[in-house]
Design a protein around this ligand. Sequence first.
Ligand SMILES: *[C@@H]1O[C@H](CO)[C@@H](O)[C@H](O)[C@H]1NC(C)=O
Ligand SMILES: *[C@@H]1O[C@H](CO)[C@@H](O)[C@H](O)[C@H]1NC(C)=O
Ligand SMILES: *[C@@H]1O[C@H](CO)[C@@H](O)[C@H](O)[C@H]1NC(C)=O
Length: 284
Amino acid sequence: MAAFNRFLVGIVIVFLAYSPSSSALHFLLIHGSGHGAWCWYKLATLLEQKGHNVTALDLAYSGRNQVPLERVHTFDEYHKPLSEYMKSLSPEDKVVLVGHSYGGYGVSWVMERFPEKVLGGVFASAFMVGPNFTLEDTNKLLPRPDQLDDSFVIGDPIRIVLIGPHFAATLLYQNSPPEDLKLANYSLRLTQFFYGDVVNRQIRVTKERYGSVPRAYVIDLEDKLITPEAQRLMIARTPPQVVRQIRGADHMVQFSKPREFANNLIEIGGLFESFDQEGKPYAL
Ligand SMILES: *[C@@H]1O[C@H](CO)[C@@H](O)[C@H](O)[C@H]1NC(C)=O
Ligand SMILES: *[C@@H]1O[C@H](CO)[C@@H](O)[C@H](O)[C@H]1NC(C)=O
Ligand SMILES: *[C@@H]1O[C@H](CO)[C@@H](O)[C@H](O)[C@H]1NC(C)=O
């Protein structure tokens, strides 16, 4: 019996020593349209409780960011808080990027510009471009103005949106706790969608830079906005190294399934670390 117990303890020690998620990761969380760092409060808490570092930023004219809307016309302007943060990182710090929804563009944008500071990029129900699947292609997956229900919308295709309460309750947060829907009601802001040559160029990615960093896609299986079919289309066009799916997750996986999401992210981060150590190439 004692020998068996020692055997069990040995197994646990071996598991802890070699478990891919045993070291601390640094997650950089990138919110989606209209949202802000606030939408990560549950996920950030769970990741920090497991010993990981978390940074959640407000993009321009989002959350508590004070830049006025008229000064945000392009991805470079919208993503300025990301570039400032990436430039401030110490050379040995590598982040795991996590982008939600429109925040997927932030992940691609950072990966293309700072590949050496990124351990990997995770797209959660997020727009994911590739060298052969551009912003023009992913923009076709955006909702039409008439699909946005009671939201305030300018433009067709949509240019400016304030997410409406009924739209949020039925198509974004339908599986999330009512408190989180209330938080969204108090916190959402106007948001912009970008089109045209200038922003198409800003969001272009290359095999050499973007393709040098591993990617993971987390499919939210009950997402009514970016449906699982749309998510799988992006996966097929630019296959990531890891694909996970979360049952019961609405579009707001960080609210509807925070524990499952956190556990998946920690496992994915561990895989990114092992890829990094093995020095695998990531041919796109
Ligand atoms: C995580 O945060 C701690 C405390 O702020 C810091 O000492 C450590 O360097 C950070 N690690 C990473 C990987 O960012
Ligand atoms: C790029 O995508 C198009 C379809 O959109 C496809 O016909 C073409 O073969 C793809 N090229 C590469 C290099 O994957
Ligand atoms: C919050 O809810 C109120 C009452 O339903 C509504 O008038 C308002 O537009 C909502 N705000 C947002 C941002 O959804």
